[in-house]
Design a protein. Sequence first.
Length: 219
Amino acid sequence: MDDESLSRLVAVTGPAGSSNGALATAVAAVRSAAAGSCGVILVEGVSDQAAVEALAARRGRDLRREGVFVVPMGGATNIGHFLDRCGPRGLRARLAGLCDEGEEGDFRRGLTRAGLGPVLTRDDLERLGFYVCVADLEDELIRSLGTAAIELIFAAQGELGPFRTLCKQPAQRTRTREQQVKRFLGNRSGRKARYGRVLTEALDPTRVPRPLDRVLAAV
């Protein structure tokens, strides 16, 4: 991948590609390594990146030293751009990825067009190292932890008061606790990414969401 191609890829990802440096770091490493020796985990956003990296750290893995890079794409619709640059027609990195249930079709089409298909089913995705979160990774984490445990985490983070204030808002009163937690995670810039890490660090090792567990094992 030349500098012009990298610049175009950063441009389509927006802040997810440019602000955290994950893309540039991954490309630099993959460029200088033998084909197939580095791995790239493609995720939709920075909260997914935080969760994958937090789980790796819990398991004693140094991803950077292993030549594995977690790259947020700025949304699932960018999957084709990343597969073109990092996949078999580009840098030939080992690939894996996470996507939300609603974006599964984007991943299937992107992998097929990149020459890795046909990718027609979820089983096909998983054989390639790509896993689907139901409905997204936040939902997976909420189910694994339970809302009572998450409220204790909010308290430890000094945010139980703001969470309870949100729950009292008219639009939130009829929602389930799970829905309120998810809304709270996403209603302030940077909060979802921070809790991607914090919630993953709090998981019982036997209750790691399957997509998160499997994608890390794939590379």
